[in-house]
Design a protein around this ligand. Sequence first.
Ligand code: GDP
Ligand code: MG
Length: 426
Amino acid sequence: MLTSICGINWGDEGKGRMVDLLSEKFDVVCRYQGGNNAGHTVINEKGKFILNLLPSGILRENVVNVMGCGMVIDIKHLCGEIGKLRAAGIRISPENLKISDKAIIVMPYHVLQDVMEEDRLSKATGKPYGSTRRGISPVYSDKYMKKALRMGELLNPELMYKRLPDIVAWKNMTIKAYGFEPITVEDMITYLKTYGEPLKDYVVDTGIYLNEAYNEGKNVMFEAQLGALRDIDYGIVPYTSASSTIAAYAPIGAGVPNLRLTNSIGIMKAYSSCVGAGPFTCEYFGEKAERLRELGGEYGAATGRPRRVGPFDVVASKYGIRCQGADEIALTKLDVLDDYEEIEICSHYKLHGKITDEFPFTDVLDECEPVFEKVKGWHKDITGCRKKEDLPKEALDYIALLEKLCKCRIKYVSVGAERDAYIEMY
Ligand code: GDP
Ligand code: MG
């Protein structure tokens, strides 16, 4: 079985905790896109972990974790992440971690480029992209320019070092144009030796491994980072990630373009949050926003940035479900709404006087106004609910309403961050 777990909204839907929960049924967990620009928070009996690069299955004893070719890997960050988990008693070895030889290496100059461009944009236009400044867009650009370094090159470093002088000369043309100090080949070689060398033993052809695993009948889960609205093609460009966050990309980004997904589980939050800049039609402001942000603990896992928040957005979520081809939904953080006597949802957008429930092209999103509707809240603590029957009627009504409006079945509902704080609905 090949299952994709993907984000329906703007990211931070709680994918990490759902993957952690569902990974029990899987033998392999695979990341297939993105880098350390987002964070998954997982809380289990071993502690609280923030994973930026490692697949969430790393916290399970018998799960093999794969980092696919669609990923961009900051090797220094990865060494740090592995070190922290090891210090917490998590076992990490080539047996349970496999990194694609075709995955791309994020270099310090990509991070520098990201910072230089965000700062330039801030000064020139007052409108930076809200990048996480981890070098993700520059490194994906280099991939398409065919100038990126790949993890497999660590196995044959002398060849890679020979490629470096021209790459460094090319990069310095850009760096100098921004008025920054040029980088040196020596520094880059030292960097690759320091942080690349320790990762060498994990590098394999993940396609061979995954095909074998699949043929042996193993269950493989693909874990996405970010959500549909951050996808490079389908998201709110340019306020998106630079990678494909879409479930259909999973087999390609993992190393098995020959295999087809069995199903796609979409992670959807019971309200909305959006980190960084960009159109966010359902956004709350002022006290309303502060209350929801506090209740939901909406601060970035990777950056600590306060997230923008709003009520559940039917228009964006329906679009997200379509993009992800989601067969079923895990609705997360329902307990965050416990405090409300009345709950708002954004049911439609109003664009140029017309009401619509179709997500429009990015350019006109800024002109869309949200249409809010109110439903009755349950106004009760649901964090202890573990069965459908435990949920108050109003909570069941809220779930049923989202199912009806989004035309998708909600299979799981989470009511707390802990591993067991969830309900299987059918
Ligand atoms: P991801 O990027 O999609 O993995 O999500 P994040 O980890 O960035 O954000 C989700 C946050 O919500 C984390 O702090 C989780 O611990 C927390 N969380 C996940 N599920 C629930 C839930 O059902 N209820 C509550 N209250 N918190 C949750
Ligand atoms: Mg996150």
